[in-house]
Design a protein around this ligand. Structure first.
Ligand code: ADP
Ligand code: ADP
Length: 226
């Protein structure tokens, strides 16, 4: 069964004559273990779509179902809880907390979710090791390279064992070689955990390496094989 389903999702900004209808009826679903690319021109609405799928923003109309459950009826607190329990985000810019170490950045969301400092620290160590950062874990973000920062952001996003990973141009700020390495690690993590991942990218080589490609164009999503 799909872990995430969007049905007839629309999103309009503004009202009246000047209203912009960015999404005009988006339908798709993500199943466990799938690695799916989201492509489309700049301004097509990829970020908007990821925000709606991640319960950060409400659609103008249409439904978002997580684990078969319609999120509309949940209320703000319920949606925040569901987001924390099931969804991880990675952005183009890492958004790590600058005054904390890599390890602490991975611990914090776990402690917010109720884990003890010890448990969170152990899991942070495991996760940082998975991406080859065990020797860098005490460094603050500013002392890490761009690729290292993004690897920390990726493991932070999965620290609370989400079912869905949503990523908005996660390698968009990196040089091509680093981008390929970080993408390779992201892929390995998705494969190892059975997560469903939806990854917006401009990089068609990366898109071609995923299981499926969804193309956002003129406000709707089209399935492309590849
Ligand atoms: P993409 O990620 O594909 O580049 P976005 O989702 O960022 O596209 O943006 C799609 C369109 O929606 C853009 O034209 C953008 O200006 C517009 N848009 C996004 N957020 C808002 C907002 N809060 N208010 C008005 N327009 C917005
Ligand atoms: P709220 O609903 O209160 O605004 P958020 O959903 O934004 O809270 O954040 C919940 C938790 O997720 C926080 O502990 C925060 O540190 C963490 N967090 C925020 N952004 C990210 C991200 N991009 N990746 C992983 N964890 C994040």
């Amino acid at each position: 069964d799909p872990v995430l389903r969007l049905e007839g999702v629309t999103r309009r900004f503004g009202s009246g004559e000047t209203a912009l209808e960015i999404l005009r009826g988006v339908d798709f679903c993500l199943r466990p273990g799938e690695l799916v690319a989201l492509v489309g021109p700049s301004g097509a609405g990829k970020s908007t779509l990821l925000h709606i799928a991640g319960l950060l923003e409400a659609p103008t109309s249409g439904k978002v179902l997580v684990d078969g459950k319609d999120c509309a009826g949940l209320g703000d607190a319920g949606r925040t809880r569901l987001r924390r329990d099931t969804i991880g985000f990675v952005y183009q810019f890492h958004h790590l907390l600058p005054e904390f170490s890599a390890r602490e950045n991975v611990m914090i969301p776990q402690m917010v979710a109720g884990l003890s400092r010890d448990e969170a620290g152990q899991r942070a160590d495991q996760l940082l090791k998975m991406v080859g950062l065990e020797r860098r874990s005490s460094h603050r973000p500013a002392r890490l390279s761009g690729g290292e920062q993004q690897r920390v952001a990726i493991v932070r996003a999965i620290a609370n064992v989400p079912q869905v990973l949503l990523a908005d141009e996660p390698t968009g700020n990196l040089d091509p070689q680093t981008a390929a390495e970080v993408f390779g690690q992201l892929t390995r993590i998705v494969r190892a955990t059975g997560l469903a991942a939806l990854i917006a990218t401009h990089n068609l080589d990366l898109a071609a390496a995923m299981d499926r490609t969804l193309e956002l164009k003129d406000g709707v999503v089209l399935e492309r094989r590849g």
